[in-house]
Ligand binder design. Structure first.
Ligand code: SAH
Ligand code: SF4
Length: 403
């Protein structure tokens, strides 16, 4: 990078290593936005432009060691090493599929792990990122939901997944053959229930001093936390995907329990407001519809869906249900899948089928379950109390502690 010029007083010697006690109190700069980093530098008596330098080192060059940051004076590097760190999460395991898909099991603090999947397709590289450890919303067809909720990921842990994938493909070096060009928040967790950290990390994905990914290539997928979706447009203009999965409330209540609190009409109206607020009117909402054998895959469901979405600017993405051990649902048949798609196409909708990738490494949609040390106990401990949630006046999720 041309801006990473050598500082006048450069010295590349490594600063003295810190004790565990000092380390514990250090602030991790990895997930900080430009504005947060500027505040950080002002607070330690330094100039704001240092924020840009750090962002470029970390997110454009993949450097996390202050000692290597040669456009920062030795004195400041040593000061930074005393008070701060740049610590990405660690990769526990990595699997490569024969189709080029790569899955990472990433260790987060507290003995938790989440999964992140990189899917190459021609010149494109889509990274499917997790936003929470587990999920409290407990959709009936989702392996993450079966795990229960453990905790939100920090902004550092979310952007850290992008950093890890970029590093693993040599994206920070010249001449990398693979690159993260697209990000979808479709891994583990409900992104809108971890609002601030998700917004901060998406901001870093798109920032010119970081990964510079276009807003048209970052997609947030939600099962429908309406109050949070109503606020989203104030903070970002990324693409929106709605996990619909059913054409009516009766069926959706069974598949996506949050529908009892925010039914389809409310959700679609909120999504429409979000899209209307975007500067580019051509952008459409992606409707995700997971097809489950004999549950939501009948022709009458397709017709009802077409009617429901007739006035909404959407493109539809059909996802064949991916089976996992804790579920009795079955994958949609090829015939039912094609028939469902044809009805929607005939009704005038752009309708694609999400091809299953990374089958041999369990990297497909909805199969991400991560691992936690005491997974069974944890998943039993944190379960959303749906009744309390339905009656709650805001979008706070009451989490029930099971004795
Ligand atoms: N919580 C968010 C994002 C994560 S889920 C959401 O629900 O949108 C990402 C997508 O995977 C969602 O559309 C979800 O419905 C889908 N999905 C979950 N489990 C699945 C499964 N077993 N087979 C196929 N798709 C699944
Ligand atoms: Fe959570 Fe999304 Fe899975 Fe539902 S589909 S349980 S919202 S991760």
């Amino acid at each position: 990078m041309s801006s990473q010029q050598q500082d006048q007083s450069t010295d590349t010697s490594t600063p003295a290593s810190s004790s565990p006690i000092e380390r514990a109190s250090k602030v991790n700069l990895l997930g900080m936005t430009q504005a947060e980093l500027e505040d950080f530098f002002l607070n330690i008596g330094e100039k704001k432009f240092r924020a840009t330098q750090i962002l470029k080192w970390v997110h454009q060059l993949g450097v996390v060691d202050f000692a290597v940051m040669t456009n920062i004076s030795k004195v400041l590097r040593e000061k930074l090493a005393q008070v701060a760190e740049i610590t990405p999460p660690k990769v526990l395991e990595q699997w490569d599929s024969t189709d080029g898909t790569r899955k990472f099991l990433i260790c987060m603090s507290g003995g938790n792990a989440v999964e992140t999947v990189f899917i190459p397709e021609g010149g494109r590289g889509t990274l499917c990122v997790s936003s929470q450890v587990g999920c409290s919303l407990d959709c009936s067809f989702c392996a993450t939901g079966k795990q229960g909720f453990n905790r939100d990921l920090s902004a550092a842990e979310i952007i850290g997944q992008v950093w890890i994938a970029a590093k693993s493909f040599g994206q920070f070096e010249e001449g990398a053959t693979r690159k993260v060009t697209n990000v979808v928040l479709m891994g583990m967790g409900e992104p809108l229930l971890n609002f601030d950290n998700v917004v901060a990390s998406m901001n870093l994905m798109m920032h010119d001093n970081c990964y510079g990914i276009s807003k048209r290539r970052v997609t947030l997928s939600t099962s429908g936390v309406v109050p949070a979706l109503d606020r989203l447009g104030e903070y970002t203009d990324v693409c929106l995907a709605i996990s619909l999965h059913a054409p009516n409330d009766e069926l959706r209540n069974q598949l996506v329990p949050i529908n009892k609190k925010y039914p389809i009409a409310m959700l679609l109206a909120s999504a429409q407001r979000y899209i209307d607020g975007l500067p580019d009117q051509r952008r459409k909402i992606t409707i995700e519809y997971t097809l489950i054998d004999h549950v939501n895959d009948r022709p009458e469901h397709a017709h009802e869906l077409a009617e429901l979405l007739a006035e909404v600017p959407v493109k539809i993405n059909l996802i064949p249900f991916n089976p996992f051990s804790l579920s009795n649902y079955k994958k949609v048949s090829n015939n039912a899948l094609r028939r469902f798609q044809q009805i929607l196409i005939d009704a005038g909708f752009t309708t694609t089928i999400r091809t299953t990738r990374g089958d041999d490494i369990d990297a497909a949609c909805g199969q991400l379950a991560g691992k936690v040390n005491d997974r069974t106990r944890r998943s039993e401990r944190y379960k959303i109390d749906m009744e309390a949630f339905t009656n709650a006046s805001n979008d706070t999720i009451p989490v029930r502690l099971i004795p």
